[in-house]
Design a protein around this ligand. Structure first.
Ligand code: G3P
Length: 217
């Protein structure tokens, strides 16, 4: 499973790249706004750092506007993926952008039927938002199971990006289901490394190492 960071924070991206576990980045207007920095400045920095796919979101409500924005975003880099909301207008835009070789990521997906439509429209990626479903007492991970099964049933090539991730078990469950990609906040990525027994074990080994005679280092 590929790991994407769901962020606009360049420092977080640099850290994940340094760890060697980053495959791509997803952004949205909220995440870019959180940086407090000019859009173009942030995006250019991200695109300089990341070789993998970088999703940038359109904000128009009509297909024509989405296509225009998508084309402008795609000019910023070969690895730009245009994020399009799951609406009928959005699906028109997806078909047009994909037919021109511009990859799209259908966002704000909350049901299997929406994902199926995104797949039929030929989107390169679809982003079911699991955390927001869990927040409303729903079962976000069931949506991922359903979407992966439907795409497998019909050999739909659209890649599933598990989005709106809240904690490490979301990542683990996504991997067990076989989702293609998990996009996560930096805090979740950091937690994937952590286990108290690892810290305790390191401490104990270091303490015992002090007792070893003739230590070479
Ligand atoms: O980028 C889309 C999605 O991951 C947003 O997550 O935490 O705002 O529900 P969240």
């Amino acid at each position: 499973m590929q790991f994407f960071l769901d962020t606009g924070m360049v420092d977080e991206i640099k850290q994940a790249l340094d760890w060697g576990i980053l495959d791509g980045v997803t952004t949205n207007p909220t995440l870019i706004a959180k940086t407090g920095r000019p859009f173009m400045e942030v995006v250019e920095e991200i695109l300089k750092l990341v070789d993998g796919p970088v999703s940038l979101e359109t904000v128009s409500r009509d297909a024509k506007g989405m296509v225009e924005e998508g084309k402008r975003l795609a000019e910023l880099g070969d690895n730009v993926v245009v994020k399009i909301p799951m609406t009928p207008e959005g699906m028109k835009a997806v078909q047009e952008l994909e037919s021109e070789g511009i990859p799209t990521n259908v966002t704000l997906v909350f049901s299997p039927s929406q994902a199926l439509i995104a797949g039929k429209a030929g989107a390169s990626y679809v982003s079911p938002f699991i955390g927001r479903i869990d927040d409303t007492s729903g079962d976000g991970m069931k949506l991922i199971r359903d979407v992966v099964q439907i795409f497998n049933n019909y050999q739909i090539e659209t890649q599933v990006i598990v989005a709106s991730v809240r904690h490490p078990m979301h990542v683990v469950e996504a991997a067990l289901i076989g989702a293609d990609i998990c996009t996560m906040p930096f805090e979740v990525m950091k937690k994937l490394f952590q286990h108290p027994l690892t810290d305790k074990g390191i401490e104990l080994f270091l303490k015992d190492w002090e007792k070893v005679p003739g230590r070479p280092f």
